[in-house]
Design a protein around this ligand. Structure first.
Ligand code: PLP
Length: 399
């Protein structure tokens, strides 16, 4: 007890420090399925522009049916890790579907992409090797790299000169792995995989891309950055999530060269020591990849929607970060302005989030709009019109 009272005070002080810096995160509560149109706990209906629901699959009736069927036929939970007695026919089928989708040799499932990234480096590389990582890579990559003894190099975001400099130094190590996000989530820019791949060849390195924000989105048919840059099947390691474009529930994967996947099954700790994904999620996953293989209606709609919305916002005079994904970062620079604008937009029925330091660099506050195939043209118009109305009121754009 005595111990806790001192610790309790310490925690309260920490929380108060977060609050007084204006960095305390409150969670807004939704009382409907995730969709283009959502209902808040207050009863207000809003158009949702801040989910990673890129293909609009989060409330797709086919997915819900596939999940229900899988649960009926294979039960609720596996009560096991994969290698003891947690592997069903469905898990193998989903792994094969993911390999087909990305044109890779083999796939291993994880509970989340956070685990895929947490468990990919340590089993493969040692202190003799090098990891060369983009400075803006996702937190899960940073944590995964920390768990590995390889020598760490960092290059400025998508900066190929800097990558080359790091690769030259990293010639001192045995094996080299370049790691990058496919799409950087705060700006929406795509990693220059063609140039990264060239440098990898020149300096004898392997490449890993985290496709979490790019899979389902980038490339003509949504196969991700390797489709965009004509490198299908060439990159050694891809990681990704089932929690964004692919239905949005939970689940992650690593896909790539078969020896890499084989060794991960033997040694990757989040795979060996954490539970199997439940049949419902796996069944819905299989359905998702069948749907996306059949035709590209959703991918096409997402691309059309994104182009339309960004065109409208630019024409209205907003400062939009260069993007090649479904992320549209509306630059406001000032932290308070980003919060004021987001709450004014919510009153107009547009649900978005303002981001500021430390999520983005100081003085780079923004509202990140995320486009979905679930959005109809009228939704995009309503969103752009609300931005224009509030933008004029707050003197962000001219009248
Ligand atoms: C969202 C995201 C993750 C985490 O995915 P989960 O499956 O939710 O754990 C990992 N990497 C990147 C780049 C992401 O955007």
């Amino acid at each position: 007890m005595a111990n806790y009272s001192a610790f309790q005070k310490h925690l309260s002080d920490e929380i108060n420090t977060i609050k007084s810096a204006g960095l305390y995160k409150d969670e807004r509560i939704i009382a409907s399925p995730q969709s283009a149109k959502i209902r808040l706990q207050s009863g207000q209906e809003v158009l949702n522009f801040c989910a990673n629901n890129y293909l609009g699959l989060s409330d797709n009736p086919g997915l819900i049916e596939a999940a229900t069927q899988a649960m009926q036929k294979r039960g609720y939970g596996m009560s096991s890790v994969r290698f003891i007695c947690g592997t069903q026919d469905l898990h193998k089928e989903l792994e094969a579907s993911i390999s087909r989708f990305f044109g890779t040799e083999d796939t291993i499932l994880y509970a989340a992409c956070f685990d895929a990234n947490g468990g990919v480096f340590e089993p493969l590389l040692t202190e003799e090797d090098a990891i060369i990582s983009d400075a803006l890579n996702h937190a899960s990559i940073i944590d995964g790299v920390r768990l590995c003894k390889a020598v760490r190099y960092r290059y400025a975001n998508a900066n190929m000169e800097d990558l080359e400099t790091q690769l030259k130094t990293a010639q001192a190590q045995r094996f080299r792995l370049i790691v990058t996000d496919g799409v950087f989530s705060m700006d929406g820019n795509v990693a220059p995989l063609d140039k990264i791949y060239e440098l990898a060849k020149k300096y004898d390195a392997m490449v890993m891309v985290d496709e979490s924000h790019s899979a389902g989105v980038v490339g003509t048919t949504g196969r991700g950055t390797t489709e965009q840059f004509n490198l299908r099947g060439q990159v050694e390691i891809l990681t990704g999530t089932l929690g964004k474009a692919f239905g949005g529930a939970i689940g992650g994967f690593t896909t790539g060269k078969k020896e890499i996947i084989d060794l991960l099954r033997q040694r990757s700790r989040p795979y060996l020591f954490s539970n199997s994904i439940p049949p419902a999620v796996v069944g819905a996953g299989i359905y998702t990849f069948q749907l996306l293989e059949r035709d590209t209606t959703l991918q096409d709609k997402l691309h059309t929607n994104t182009e339309y919305f960004i065109g409208k916002m630019k024409a209205a005079g907003f400062d939009i970060k260069p993007t090649q994904s479904a992320i549209c970062a509306v630059m406001l620079y000032d932290a308070k302005l980003s919060q004021d604008m987001a709450s004014a937009l919510q009153k107009e029925g547009i649900y978005v989030t303002g981001f500021y330091f430390p999520v983005v660099p100081k003085g780079q506050a923004r509202i990140r709009v995320q486009i979905s195939a679930a959005h109809e043209k009228e939704h995009l118009d309503k969103c752009a019109d609300a931005f224009i109305k509030i933008g004029k009121e707050l003197k962000i754009i001219k009248n």
